[in-house]
Ligand binder design. Sequence first.
Ligand code: CTP
Ligand code: MG
Length: 247
Amino acid sequence: LVTAVILVAAGSGQRLGYGMPKAAVPLGGETILMHALRGIVASGVASQVCVVLPEGDDGLRAQCDAFREELADGGPLLTAVDGGATRADSVRQGIAALMDGIEAVLVHDAARALTPESVFHRVADALAAGAEAVIPAVPVVDTVKTVAPAADGDGTVAPEVVTGTAARGNLRAVQTPQGFRAATLRDAHQAARTLDPEQAAAVTDDAMLVEMAGTPVHVVRGSTQSLKITTPLDLIFAEGLLEGPLG
Ligand code: CTP
Ligand code: MG
């Protein structure tokens, strides 16, 4: 399948707290963006890589331009576009910039900059085998419970009470790249435009939109190395991965 990767890198990185977009934050001597880009290209799955950048970020755009020069002939087409207010808006910007003839799309978070090539391959292979949608995931190590605010009076003991415990064996922590047939992703994101703001805010990944359309979403094995760099602690983990035997 002729495949594109949309790399969403337009977030502001509030929780990382570097005062700059997360994609621009240094990791092992390069930016998070460059690690993510190199990983995608090394996997060899993409005919096009569409990078979605913070609007007006000339520094990150220059890094994309330099990387385009660095790519040998026969490498993927590298496209850079401006992102939107939400992650879903940024994905839609990427979809709009896909070249003609793209049959499959992998949507990937720049924040998962150290995703192993093997994960890209498992996702691409499932699409090639006929899946319309496929996500990488790992088992959940923590016990996960739902909670609600404590009832009046009980709030003096603790702020929340447990309302249920999920069966851990059925839970998965979901990662990116998430893979879709191009038409499936386009339709799902088109439909998402009609969600009200509250519903839209509850959409945290692309697969969720496909699930809403009733399309089966297949699951392949992710990797603990695909951690989403979100907080300063995650950046310490990522630096360690680069230095350690797994890097
Ligand atoms: N993203 C994006 N456009 C947005 C918001 C997020 O392209 N408007 C991207 C981010 O760049 C990131 C991925 O979506 O690669 C996952 O988002 P997240 O980890 O939340 O990154 P940020 O939004 O940058 O971080 P924070 O929420 O802490 O500000
Ligand atoms: Mg965010």
